[in-house]
Design a binder for this molecule. Structure first.
Ligand code: HEC
Ligand code: HEC
Length: 262
């Protein structure tokens, strides 16, 4: 009986070892497919070694990211934590609007996943910090702010006060990205970088109010844009989002004199 139990558990271990071997082989195949796709689709900008030095990179501003040692700006994870698989899929899906980084929405999901697995294989810290790559719980936009003009303007007015305290130096008096510090800012690679013009109808992180909330909460790693998770409460960060919506509205000419809050 004992031998039988031993035999069964031995076979089980063997089966497990085999399935994890198959798993590893599948992962290796996926990474290899991703590597080929990367050489075809990405290396012109990001370089054959993914170090950001592709032939097109000399003409580009901002520069393509060094994917081997650079930072990642877009992630649903905490400030300073690497993006998870979904975050990288989102970056490939939407591209980085306002830069040369295109959207790869037309590429099949399977191929995009293979590319993402390749990118994640380029550095050991993706595996090492896997447990930290959990998405933050981004709350839904408060209804009382985003369902009517009075609510939005009320919150935006409070948001303006936070903005003057913490953002104006970089983003400027009217949100155009031209504050007194703007000209001197550099990114982690010592390249000059401009604060976003908050009056434009888009940001790089995405289209939704939650994308704005997330960008303000965790910042854009590797850029001077800090995260404000500790400086401002959740409610205050939504007021800042409301203020950004107000600025977009001013730019679009949808407000009249009476709506002015500054
Ligand atoms: C035409 C040039 C170009 C091509 C082609 C291109 N990229 Fe990019 N990529 C960029 C630029 C420029 C940036 C930096 C954008 C920024 O910093 O705002 C970037 C940034 C990125 C980032 C960093 C996003 C982050 O969170 O900071 C990733 C990941 C990335 N690219 C992956 C890819 C992959 C994978 C491909 C191919 C499927 C690809 N790129 C193709 C130009 C390109
Ligand atoms: C030290 C300068 C600095 C300060 C302070 C700062 N920002 Fe930024 N911000 C930047 C830079 C630089 C960028 C552009 C980063 C990029 O394009 O990669 C940026 C980008 C952004 C974006 C666009 C993010 C995206 O996904 O494209 C938003 C929104 C934003 N900032 C809001 C704010 C708000 C709100 C505050 C104050 C609570 C603030 N910033 C404070 C420098 C700053």
């Amino acid at each position: 009986m004992k031998t039988l139990i031993f035999l069964i558990s031995f076979l089980n271990t063997l089966a497990l070892a085999e399935s994890s071997m198959i798993q590893a082989m599948k992962e290796q195949q996926l990474i290899e497919t991703g590597h080929q796709a990367f050489l075809n689709r990405c290396s012109g900008c990001h370089g054959q070694a993914a170090d950001g030095n592709g032939p097109a990179s000399v003409m580009l501003n901002p520069k393509p990211r060094n994917l081997v040692s650079g930072s990642f700006k877009f992630h649903s994870t905490s400030s300073g934590v690497l993006p998870n698989v979904e975050d990288l899929m989102k970056t490939l899906n939407q591209g980085v609007i306002g830069t040369s980084m295109p959207s790869f929405r037309e590429v099949s999901e399977q191929e995009r996943l293979a590319i993402v697995m390749y990118v994640r294989s380029l550095r050991p810290d993706f595996k090492e910090t896997l447990a930290d790559q959990i998405p933050l719980n981004i709350p839904r936009p408060p209804k009382d702010i985003f369902s009517n003009k009075t609510g939005l303007l009320g919150a935006a007015k409070k948001g303006r006060a936070h903005y003057v305290k913490a953002c104006i130096l970089c983003h400027g008096e009217k949100g155009m990205g031209n504050g007194p510090s703007a000209a001197e800012l550099t990114d982690a690679d010592n390249q000059p970088i401009k604060p976003a013009n908050l009056r434009l109808p888009y940001i790089k992180s995405g289209k939704t109010p939650q994308d704005l909330f997330k960008a303000i909460t965790v910042g854009l790693d590797g850029s001077p844009m800090p995260g404000f998770e500790t400086l401002f409460s959740e409610a205050q960060r939504w007021e800042l989002v409301a203020y950004v919506y107000y600025l977009r509205g001013v730019e679009a000419g949808i407000y009249n004199e009476g709506d002015k809050i500054e």
